[in-house]
Unconditional design. Structure first.
Length: 173
């Protein structure tokens, strides 16, 4: 392997015992750091976390309406309406008539919003690029495969009934 492994300073904080591999510890650290990064990006943009998450969805998808946005964010349609009103007022989102269904509204991230988000994310992309240089193409392919499998596993877990907790039995009842 040509890559050097950075120190695992954070891994010791998470005590999952033998159930968690070193990769799980490292991934947990990445997710924790990413959570901090999301808060930093939101603060830098002067927005809330849900506002930034909404912009991410709108920048990445062309056909999102208020109800779909609510579903993507896990919030009520009423909350999504307030969020979209706030983003629209700030000049980040436009409501347009849906091209095929005139009863629906279509949410579009403005060029201004895209430019602001890109400006904040550009240094992060540059950091990723500099990290990428430490790995061969074969190593990057393995890392990408691992991360995609983890992502698919998470999605599968979230969207399956297998993760439902068994009914609790309370002896006091």
């Amino acid at each position: 392997m040509t890559a050097s492994t950075p120190p695992t300073e954070k891994a010791d904080r998470w005590d999952f015992g033998s159930a968690a591999s070193p990769l799980t510890h490292a991934l947990r650290d990445v997710l924790s750091s990413f959570s901090n990064l999301q808060r930093h990006v939101a603060h830098t943009l002067g927005l809330g976390l849900n506002d930034v998450a909404a912009l991410e969805h709108l920048i990445g998808h062309d056909d999102v309406g208020p109800a779909e946005l609510a579903s993507l964010l896990g919030i009520t349609t009423a909350s999504a309406t307030v969020l979209v009103d706030r983003l629209e007022h700030a000049g980040h989102v436009e409501r347009r008539n849906h091209p095929q269904d005139r009863r629906r509204k279509h949410l579009i991230a403005t060029e201004h919003a895209k430019a602001e988000v890109l400006h904040v994310l550009q240094p992060i992309f540059a950091m990723h690029s500099s990290i990428d240089q430490h790995y061969s193409d074969d190593e990057k392919a393995i890392i990408e495969s691992y991360l995609r499998r983890v992502s698919q596993s998470y999605d599968g877990h979230v969207h399956s009934d297998a993760h439902d907790a068994p009914a609790r039995t309370d002896p006091a009842v």
